[in-house]
Design a protein around this ligand. Structure first.
Ligand SMILES: Nc1ncnc2c1ncn2[C@@H]1O[C@H](COP(=O)(O)OP(=O)(O)OP(=O)(O)O)[C@@H](O)[C@H]1O
Ligand SMILES: [Mg+2]
Length: 254
């Protein structure tokens, strides 16, 4: 039975999509069967994994409103064992369209439930918001990875996110756990980055991944070439960091 993990932080640009793409690719390289679910209308995870988002017909949007089955929406990627359900800008409208339907927070859970047997890991890349689609992701998930950028105000908004997780746990998804806080864009030369690491560690202790994702230009380059970094530059620091993260995640879950 696969594990569903949401990557969430309503703060923008903290590394949710970069982690989704590259953790997923690394898990696939380690022989796990992985599905990425792009739950962001920006569709960055879809394009980052080589999907031509202008051409896709069945996206997570159609799945959520019951117009497509997940089987119709799942696409293969360049990597063996790595599939994706892409997104589309019209996912923005889904929040409104879903307002009047029953169990609207549980739609994604219902879409993904039958896929749990087909994958070892299902990673949901959330948008920078705590709106209905992210609530759906957290309701569908077994756990959540919270990427935290090593920058000023890194922990800003975290208490709001934790409060949302608490409410979802009590009302919608009692099993939801925090898989871990992941420090991203770490630059060892900056004292600030070290301070933030220490601060996050002090607050959240064993919930912080030992693996830290360093700042590495290959990570942003690989996305503009629509490839995971292990394909674009397997020996880069970004690639090594994400392989280490995948091994840490597998270790925690075995
Ligand atoms: N470790 C890193 N080193 C260098 N660049 C990075 C790193 N992580 C992310 N980036 C770059 O920073 C930008 C923001 O990252 P990303 O898109 O993963 O964040 P996000 O949290 O998904 O953003 P959004 O909230 O908009 O969805 C991207 O251009 C990405 O390529
Ligand atoms: Mg993103």
């Amino acid at each position: 039975m696969g594990k569903i993990i949401a990557l969430a932080n309503q703060k923008g640009g903290v590394g949710k999509t970069t982690t989704s793409i590259n953790l997923a690719a690394s898990l696939a390289a380690l022989e796990k069967k992985v599905l990425v679910v792009d739950a962001d209308p920006q569709a960055n995870a879809s394009s980052g994994l080589g999907i031509d988002i202008k051409k896709v017909k069945h996206t997570i949007y159609e799945c959520l409103i019951g117009e497509s089955t997940p089987q119709e929406a799942i696409l293969r990627t360049e990597l063996d064992r790595l599939d994706i359900i892409p997104s589309h800008i019209n996912l923005v409208g889904a929040e409104l369209e879903m307002l009047n339907i029953g169990d609207r927070e549980k739609k994604l859970a219902a879409v993904l439930r039958p896929l749990k047997d087909d994958y070892d890991y299902i990673l949901i890349d959330c948008s920078p918001s705590l709106g209905l689609i992210t609530v759906n992701a957290l309701t569908a998930a077994d756990s959540v990875i919270i990427p935290v950028q090593c920058e000023y105000f890194a922990l800003e908004g975290i208490s709001k996110l934790l409060n949302t997780i608490k409410i979802i746990k009590s009302k919608l998804n009692p099993q939801l756990e925090i898989e871990g806080f992941l420090l991203t864009m770490y630059d060892a030369r900056l004292r600030l980055a070290n301070q933030i690491y220490e601060e996050v560690k002090k607050h959240f202790q064993e919930l912080v991944f030992e693996t830290v994702i360093q700042r590495n230009v290959k990570l942003s380059e690989s996305q503009s070439f629509a490839q995971p970094v292990i394909v674009y530059d397997a020996l880069s620091r970004g690639s090594v960091n994400h392989m280490q993260l995948a091994k840490e995640l597998i270790g925690k879950n075995s």
